[in-house]
Design a protein around this ligand. Structure first.
Ligand code: ZN
Length: 179
């Protein structure tokens, strides 16, 4: 099992490297993607995970199906989505102050200004290019994960950030999950 790296580890501060398209389907990259999905599914309150968080300085992040289910009206949870070499191609001028946390900064929580809408372009785990628009929570997650690939953590941007108890954290996550 892969441990999620915590703040203080310099791996989180590196600029992650692009993956060459011919390497996406290699066993090495597919294994990293699988490891990321497994690390993420173990986190009840995790909605996204970037490769540097498991010690791989590569431009990949995974979004949990849990974060996507609001898109589908159905109860069933969507599959995790994989983003390779992602780029935010559009972002709204309109911004929102949003509650934010990170699996690499456990017990800390803050308010970060994020664009309310973004468009992201990336390759999936099969090497197929796609583009996807998102608003509110999903747009926030995209911006948070792309920041990870550039060595940026939410506490660098947070206007307010404070330590919170595990109970308070869980409570806030419930609120987010109910949205
Ligand atoms: Zn994070």
């Amino acid at each position: 099992m892969r441990k999620i790296i915590q703040i203080g580890n310099k791996m989180l501060r590196e600029t992650a490297k692009d993956i060459s398209l011919k390497d996406i389907k290699t066993v090495k990259i597919q294994k990293i993607i699988q490891d990321m999905k497994e690390a993420l599914v173990k986190e009840a309150d995790g909605v996204g995970l970037a490769a540097p968080q498991i010690g791989k300085s590569l431009r990949i992040f995974v979004i949990s199906g849990k974060a996507l289910k609001e898109k589908d009206k159905e109860e069933k949870v969507s599959e995790d989505l994989v983003f390779i070499n992602p780029a935010i191609t559009k972002q709204s001028r309109k911004k929102e102050l949003m509650d934010e946390g990170c699996l690499s900064i456990r017990g800390r929580y803050g308010k970060v200004t994020r664009s309310s809408q973004v468009t992201i372009r990336a390759y999936d785990e099969n090497g197929k290019r796609f583009e996807r628009g998102a608003s509110s929570l999903l747009a926030q997650i995209f911006q948070h994960e792309v920041d990870h690939l550039d060595g940026i953590l939410f506490t660098d941007k947070a206007e307010v950030s404070k330590e919170i108890s595990k109970d308070e954290w869980n409570h806030r996550k419930e609120i987010i999950n109910e949205q």
